[in-house]
Design a protein around this ligand. Structure first.
Ligand SMILES: C[S@@+](CC[C@H](N)C(=O)[O-])C[C@H]1O[C@@H](n2cnc3c(N)ncnc32)[C@H](O)[C@@H]1O
Length: 566
């Protein structure tokens, strides 16, 4: 009896976890918990708990796929043939503000080959709440009339299928995001409304940041009715209260900040303004004498004595005393003034004139122009001579999204689980190269076979692209491609993982998960004892048995449902 009670407790804890992970609605979980506590047998308790293992209903109506527990667990297996370590002979980079006293750890990026559902389940072992920025560019699917969107892969999806494919993956992505993390999702005109609703459901509407409107081309002369020249990028935060976006300094006149003093580190560069002004509302208390560096006294408008000519100081006497002491005031010799002095105050970039931190610059806008989609293909052509992947995103677009988050300067971990040709990887590498940053990318994409990629996208494009731009050489050592002629290798090491399966814990035949799973691929040190390793595998890999209904199962269930309805 005590044993059953203990197992029931475990089931109840699991339900709580599913509520916390936003998979199960609280009200449903409470009902299930009541039923489980009253269940007579463990079998009954398990059956009731299973009612809580499907994803919660969304406000959208679509035939979502269900998840179930399979009998194999999935795990990362290093692909030794494709992985590579940063060559030691790369030129040392200049030290920048990013470098700490300690020597930098070598930067290891990751590329996971396979279905991103399994990849995300595995990433949760190491990166739960630890991914700062996610960018995804999922297949755009078919519209409701069944017309295929122009995508570069053969698995064009129906909208229903697109939504039910994305839904469980977004749930996992939400669990991976850090508390102040941000997710960007590219989507076309037709699907934007549907995908936005899906995001509202998973990330909650209150965490919506904006729909970026990206003008990806300047015209569409082949359009019949209206030339659609834009796409969307839906942006959500894990928690809007903690969201952190950078300001746009480009719209801010930085050129006038010409000077610096001994406080440049804390206060930034500065420009000066005159402390006196005329013609505005006069106040006698602001008409007083200030002692100049040579001991003489100056009044507003460079007068040497008190008079009411309408000129006053902008600051009170006490504020001027404070500002002088704290070096916010600068005296400049001025021949045109009776006193021979101009009294000026400093406008620093980083602090206001009470020495409080200040963010200058304007918020970024949700309209993106001047980044053309066509550049994506040109960038690939530079690397491969042809463009073996249709419609890759331009590198600048992804850089833009990384830059506008305030994670940009704190070496974020950036995930793209529909990585395609690997543009997000190259964007991160280029940003690192420009400022010696240590941003890390994790990419996942399936090895889909297309007309231009007979061995699959990862083998023919993604891994090769990253190898070429990171090391300046192809896997076969050749370096005579255009990109390498114009650029230095971007550096870094790439760990490439396949997703392997092994029979679950109950299976005693063949290899066990404890033997095949390599903990070092999940950020762990090698475990010293078998017991430690066993405990870690049991604690972390049970959920990687989860499976989403296959196409066949899903279609069969839809047929059954239709048959029951009619
Ligand atoms: C629109 S493309 C991404 C293009 C990418 N942004 C670029 O610039 O190259 C989507 C990619 O996701 C891959 N994909 C689709 N479904 C997937 C899944 N379930 N798991 C992993 N990759 C998937 C497709 O094969 C395709 O390569």
């Amino acid at each position: 009896m005590a044993e059953i009670q203990k197992l029931k407790e475990e089931i109840l804890t699991d339900l709580d976890r599913r509520v916390a992970d936003k998979i199960l609605e609280t009200s449903n979980a409470e009902l299930l918990k009541k039923l489980i506590s009253k269940a007579d047998s463990l079998t009954d308790a398990i059956q009731i708990a299973e009612l809580g293992t499907t994803y919660k209903r969304t406000g959208l109506h679509f035939d979502k796929r269900l998840d179930k527990t399979g009998d194999t667990i999935k795990y990362f297996k290093r692909n030794d043939t494709l992985s590579f370590v940063e060559p030691k002979d790369l030129p040392k980079k200049e030290a920048t503000c990013f470098d700490s006293e300690e020597t930098k750890e070598p930067l290891i990026h990751k590329l996971i080959i396979g279905d991103n559902y399994d990849a995300l389940l595995n990433l949760l072992v190491q990166y739960r709440s630890a991914i700062d920025v996610i960018y995804i560019d999922p297949p755009y699917g078919k519209d409701s009339m069944g017309e295929f969107a122009k995508t570069n892969y053969n698995n064009a999806l129906t909208r229903d299928n697109l939504l039910s494919m994305l839904y469980p993956r977004l749930v996992l992505a939400c669990q991976l995001l850090s508390d102040n993390g941000v997710i960007f999702c590219s989507i076309d005109d037709r699907n934007q409304a549907y995908i936005k609703c899906l995001f509202d459901d998973v990330f909650e509407e209150r965490n919506f940041i904006c729909n970026f409107i990206w003008q990806k081309k300047t015209g569409a002369s082949d359009a019949n009715d209206i030339a659609t020249t834009t796409e969307y990028v839906i942006c959500f935060c894990k928690n809007k209260e903690q969201s952190d976006f950078a300001k746009n300094y480009e719209s801010y006149d930085l050129d006038r900040y010409k000077y610096e003093d001994e406080f440049v580190e804390e206060r930034g560069v500065y420009y000066i303004d005159n402390l006196d002004r005329g013609g505005l509302q006069y106040s006698d208390s602001l008409n007083y004498g200030i002692e100049c560096p040579d001991g003489t006294i100056t009044f507003p408008n460079g007068r040497t004595e008190y008079a009411n000519d309408g000129w006053i100081w902008k600051w009170s006497k006490s504020k001027v005393e404070w500002a002088r002491k704290n070096k916010f005031i600068e005296f400049r010799k001025s021949k045109g003034k009776q006193s021979g002095w101009s009294v000026c105050y400093k406008n620093y970039l980083k602090v206001d004139n009470e020495n409080k931190p200040i963010e200058r610059g304007a918020p970024h806008k949700n309209l993106i122009t001047e980044i053309l989609n066509a550049n994506g293909a040109k960038e690939l052509k530079d690397i491969f001579g042809t463009s073996p992947f249709k419609n890759p995103k331009p590198i600048e677009l992804i850089k833009y999204f990384i830059k506008i988050t305030n994670h940009y300067n704190s070496n974020p971990v950036i995930l793209d689980f529909f990585a395609g040709s690997g543009t997000t990887g190259q964007a991160v590498l280029e940003l690192n190269s420009s400022d010696n940053g240590s941003r890390q990318f994790i990419l996942c994409t399936n090895n889909e076979i297309t007309d231009t990629t007979p061995n699959g996208v990862v083998l023919d494009v993604t891994s090769k692209r990253l190898k070429r731009v990171m090391t300046g050489k192809c896997y076969d050592g050749i370096s005579n491609f255009e990109w390498a002629k114009k650029n230095k290798p971007l550096g870094g090491s790439l760990e490439i993982y396949d997703i392997a399966t092994v029979a679950n814990f109950e299976d005693t035949e063949g290899k066990t998960p404890f033997e095949v799973i390599d903990e070092t691929l999940y950020g762990e040190e090698k475990f010293a004892t078998v017991q430690e390793k066993t405990e870690w595998v049991c604690d972390n890999f049970e959920h990687t048995q989860k499976e989403i209904e296959s196409d066949e199962e899903w279609l069969k269930r839809q047929e059954d449902n239709n048959a029951t309805r009619s």
